[in-house]
Structures are given as structure tokens and as C-alpha cells.
Design a protein around this ligand. Structure first.
Ligand SMILES: N[C@@H](CCC[C@H](N)C(=O)O)C(=O)O
Length: 258
């Protein structure tokens, strides 16, 4: 059988997209998802996303990591899904969709997608790191000389050593200027460094603001695969109206034998 797929990327975090409005894709087929994400035997991607119908919203997002397992929220994936919905003419310049962490609002202008992320109220401060959930769990740690840092080795140690079986995504951060941070992320479920992680850079922006390392409500991020911006408001202890903004691009469409 031939399966039609679409490939999108957001700052180098890449995704296989499937239009599953007719429910033709078996959501439980984790082996198939892992095969499609495999960079040697399949299409190759950090994750796979199903676009499905849901009453009351423009669409529903179902997200899988490249290991084939359904996971928590993916910020870059959500932005790419909005670009995919625009490509399919499901939306114009605005979208409302449901994901595993709840309702999301987004806007799209050209290839720039701005996605509202969930509110964040709990930040666990550790001796040399922070831990927070921006839709997915994130460890945020400042390091020196990020360019040469062993992200995969050190990320893997923390992901399993500190966070156990459930694990966490691990972000290593270095300040760039007063409002900009460079970030490299080890992603759970990909079990490697990816070129960018949307929920990860959102966690970095909030953690850096909470620690007083940035004073502005707009934080710029330099990920390996490109630049992103995070805007938020702080009301008491809660970070609200958190928006993740950056490019989300169509790469190619294809068919694969499955
Ligand atoms: N790439 C993502 C994060 C995807 C989820 C993550 N790997 C997990 O399982 O926690 C993003 O852009 O947010």
C-alpha cells in the first residue's frame, strides 16, 4: 500500500505530516511511525504528526517521537502543523487546535508561525539547573562553551540518570547578549540532539526570566537550526500568553510503500 506524506521543518526540527482526517492511518501502529521516521530505511524525521478532525476546533494534533511512541507537546511540530493546515487550505491566517496538552491558538503569515503555548506556573530550581513543563518536560542548564559541549553524552546521562524511565528533554544554554540565548537540546524520544526544540526554547526563555538572567518579556533564541522568539506576560507567579514564533516550512510531498 502507498502512503502519502508531507515533510515540514521548523528551524531544522523536522516532521513527517499525515493528513488523517479520513482516519486511514492506524494511530496504534508505533512500528510504522518509527519506520517512517527512520533516516536510513524510511523518510527520516525527528517526529511524526497526524492532522485529524475534531469538533469545535480547526483540527487536532497527534504527535509521535521518532522512536514511534506518542508523546507530550511538540512546539516546533505544532508550528509546522499550522503551516501544514494552511498548505491544505484548512485555515487562513489563524488556527485553533487541540493537542495532548490542551487548546492552542496560532497565527501564520508567510512562513512565520506564532503558536500559543500552555501557561507555566511551576519552576523547580535545582543547584545548577531548572526543571519546568511547557507542554513537555524540560531540564534547563547553563554551560560554558556551548559550541563544543558534548550535548548527546551529557544529555543522555541526565535524561536517564536524573529523570529515570519517564525522562526529560535536556537543554544546554549559554547567554549571547542581554535578551538572547544560544541553546542546544537533547530530545527524549529521539534520544539525540535535534537542531531545535520549541517547548525546549520556551522553557529556556521562562527559566532565564525567572532566574533574573533576562529582564525583557521577549526572549530571542539561537538554536542550531535557526532563530526563534518567545513572548510572555508574567502575572503573579504565572507565565501567561506565552507565544513561540519562528519559521515553519514545507520541504516535500511524497509516497512511500508501507
Ligand atoms: N521537538 C519538540 C519536543 C517534542 C517532544 C519531546 N521529544 C518529548 O517527548 O518530550 C518541540 O519542538 O517542542
Amino acid at each position: 500500500m502507498k502512503l502519502t506524506f508531507y515533510k515540514f521543518q521548523g528551524t531544522g526540527n523536522d516532521f513527517v505530516m499525515i493528513d488523517n482526517r479520513e482516519k486511514t492511518f492506524d494511530e496504534k501502529d508505533t512500528k510504522l511511525v518509527a519506520f517512517l521516521c527512520d533516516r536510513r530505511f524510511g523518510i527520516g524525521a525527528d517526529g511524526l504528526i497526524l492532522l485529524e478532525n475534531e469538533e469545535g476546533v480547526d483540527f487536532k494534533m497527534v504527535y509521535y517521537n521518532s522512536d514511534g511512541n506518542e508523546s507530550s507537546m511538540c512546539g516546533n511540530g505544532g508550528r509546522c502543523l499550522v503551516a501544514f493546515a494552511s498548505y491544505l487550505n484548512i485555515i487562513n491566517d489563524k488556527a485553533t487546535f487541540n493537542a495532548v496538552d490542551g487548546l492552542h491558538h496560532a497565527t501564520i503569515s508567510g512562513d512565520i508561525v506564532s503558536l500559543q503555548m500552555k501557561d507555566v506556573s511551576e519552576i523547580k530550581v535545582k543547584p545548577n539547573a531548572s526543571f519546568l513543563d511547557t507542554g513537555s518536560p524540560h531540564h534547563v542548564q547553563l554551560v560554558n562553551n556551548l559550541k563544543d559541549f558534548e550535548v548527546k553524552t551529557e544529555g543522555q546521562k541526565l535524561r536517564y540518570g536524573v529523570y529515570g524511565q519517564k525522562g526529560s528533554n535536556i537543554n544546554f544554554v549559554e547567554p549571547f547578549d542581554d535578551e538572547t540565548f544560544s541553546v542546544r537540546t537533547y530530545e527524549r524520544g529521539v534520544e539525540d540532539e535535534t537542531l531545535s526544540c520549541g517547548t525546549g526554547v520556551t522553557a529556556v526563555a521562562i527559566a532565564m526570566h525567572a532566574a533574573g538572567r533576562v529582564k525583557t518579556n521577549t526572549v530571542k533564541i539561537k538554536a542550531v537550526g535557526g532563530n526563534l522568539e518567545i513572548n510572555f506576560e508574567k502575572s503573579g507567579d504565572v507565565y501567561k500568553n506565552v507565544f513561540l514564533t519562528g519559521p515553519a516550512k514545507f520541504v516535500f510531498k511524497g509516497e512511500i510503500n508501507v
